[in-house]
Design a protein around this ligand. Structure first.
Ligand code: ADP
Length: 514
């Protein structure tokens, strides 16, 4: 058997390094030689001449003629071994070598492969996220580009909008100036003046509504609009809309119909001025964009819920544009109609603040229906029975602190017309001095004035024990400015331009409270 021994054919160092051990069998797989070292792998003493498969279980089913390199297997002693079956002329050599380090390496490789797989997966997830983020960014960029485009077209539109009424204001005031310098003051000239004045008023109101729209939009954006419900006659609100818009519809031969299921005197608790603003916008649009047919305003009050529907037979809105008309500054191109593209944005925001939702249905060339519902509590009968306060306006003495001479002259003239006695001063210090030397019923106070502003004047008046109600007149309608003025002790806050009716109403309230 020594001639068959592999041991002496294999380099000793290799032999030792790999813990080589082997069995040799004849062609019938009977063991003919057993090397040292098999016990390391957990094989017992294997007697010569036995069937190899009786001792080495993985040899079941092998023959002696084929070379096979078995994958790594675990030996009975638990060591991972590599097994090579090497056939020869005489039989088969079954060579075992210690492969535990290979197994470790494989395990390491597997681990690395797993880690790689994990990294790849993370990479895939990150790439996916990156793709999504860049898509979102692209969408946002597109929205920004669209917003910038709308803003640009808004700015050019709005400057046109401002320029038109301003040119007419300047034109008509020039005419007025000329007419009033005419020594020949005949009735015809006066009639002309009145018609110029009406044009000036119309244009001024138009600019004012543009400015108010811009302010409202800013305030809605900053959550600064507060809905102020108060008792009001619901029918009056709708009748006002009819009075304001049916003449305009009439000039276009468009039939205007108002249908309500409530009568004049139907008292509810609502912010009537905000409701009017929404209706004016929606019904105003319906009249503006209808050139033939009709505009119908329907309002039904059922169980303290007000349902409003505005139906027109006008030019309608395409599906594409319908999706965009609530975007600030958006206007359907080529309508050739004036506007800022802010009306619906503001209306939608206000309706939401009042507890409703704006619904717009429209079909191009067929017409548009706009609807919404608002909670609308009825006013209790006993609240209705409250007596109206009244004052003797003739007896009223007003101190007016205003540095803008145009505004002051106008207010003095309007108050004069009501036989109200007015003392006008042009700054806070003079107002303080006047209030200390004379008794007034009401102080109208501008905020921004030279020498001493309205805040300082109110503070000094309060320190001096002033009990006369102070009404602030400010160009700002921001709630924080109102709050600040209240902290300085103002009894009321009026936003400019202040109308005489507001002053009278306020005088009535403040002096009847006092
Ligand atoms: P604008 O001040 O331009 O009227 P809005 O926000 O009120 O701004 O309306 C935006 C656009 O929606 C309008 O420019 C108009 O194209 C379209 N639109 C609104 N209401 C109607 C309507 N009843 N019929 C047809 N188009 C309308």
């Amino acid at each position: 058997m020594a001639a068959l021994s592999l041991q002496k054919h294999i380099n000793k160092q290799l032999y030792d390094k790999w813990d080589l051990a082997y069995l040799y069998t004849d062609k019938n797989l009977k063991v003919v030689e057993v090397s040292d070292g098999l016990t390391l792998y957990g094989y017992p003493e294997i007697p010569l001449g036995c069937e190899v498969e009786d001792y080495v279980d993985f040899m079941v089913g092998f023959d002696a003629s084929t070379r096979v390199d078995l994958p790594l297997v675990e030996s009975p002693s638990g060591i991972t071994v590599a097994v090579n079956l090497i056939p020869s002329k005489r039989g088969l050599a079954i060579v075992f070598s210690n492969a535990s380090h290979l197994a470790e390496q494989r395990q390491l490789l597997q681990q690395k492969a797993n880690e790689n797989e994990l990294l790849l997966r993370q990479q895939r997830i990150l790439t996916h996220r990156l793709e999504q983020a860049s898509k979102e960014l692209e969408g946002k960029n597109e929205a920004l580009r669209e917003a910038a485009r709308l803003q640009n077209s808004f700015l050019s539109g709005v400057s046109h909008e401002f320029r038109t009424p301003l040119s007419s204001i300047i034109g008509y005031t020039n005419l007025l100036e000329r007419e009033t310098h005419n020594p020949d003051k005949n009735p015809e000239a006066y009639a002309n003046c009145r018609s110029y004045l009406r044009a000036v008023k119309r244009s001024s109101k138009h600019i004012l509504s543009l400015v108010e729209n811009l302010l409202d939009h800013g305030k809605l954006d900053a959550d600064q609009i507060v809905i102020r419900p108060k008792p009001c006659d619901l029918h009056e609100v709708f009748d006002d809309i009819r009075l304001l818009l049916s003449p305009l519809a009439g000039t276009k031969n468009v039939e205007f119909t108002l249908q309500t299921n409530f009568e004049p005197g139907c008292m509810v608790i609502a912010d009537d001025s905000r409701l009017r603003q929404c209706l004016l916008n929606i019904v105003g649009n319906a009249v503006k964009f209808t050139d033939k047919g009709s505009v119908t305003l329907k309002a039904e009050l059922n169980r303290e819920l007000l349902s409003i529907e505005v139906i027109d037979t006008g030019e309608g809105i395409s599906k594409d544009n319908l999706a965009k008309i609530r975007i600030p500054f958006f206007q359907v191109a080529d309508t050739g109609k004036a506007g800022t593209g802010l009306g619906l944005t503001i209306t939608e925001g206000l309706i939401e603040l009042m507890g409703g939702e704006l619904v717009i249905r429209s079909e191009l060339h067929q017409g548009t229906q706009v609807s919404f519902e608002l909670p609308m509590p009825l006013l209790e009968a006993e609240a209705l029975a409250m007596p109206e306060p009244s004052i003797d306006i003739d007896q009223l003495k007003v101190l007016l602190a205003e540095d803008d001479s145009d505004i002051a002259d106008l207010l003095v003239m309007l108050l004069d017309e009501q036989n109200i006695e007015v003392t006008h001063v042009s700054n806070g210090a003079l107002a303080l001095e006047a209030s200390e030397h004379e008794q007034f019923d009401l102080i109208l106070m501008d905020l921004h004035m030279p020498v001493m502003d309205g805040y300082q004047a109110m503070e000094a008046m309060q320190k001096g024990g002033n009990t006369v109600p102070v009404a602030v007149m400010s160009a700002s309608n921001l709630s924080e400015d109102r709050l600040q003025a209240q902290q300085y002790g103002c009894a009321a806050y009026l936003t400019k331009p202040v109308e005489i009716e507001e002053i009278l109403l306020l005088a009535n309230q403040l002096t009847s409270e006092a």
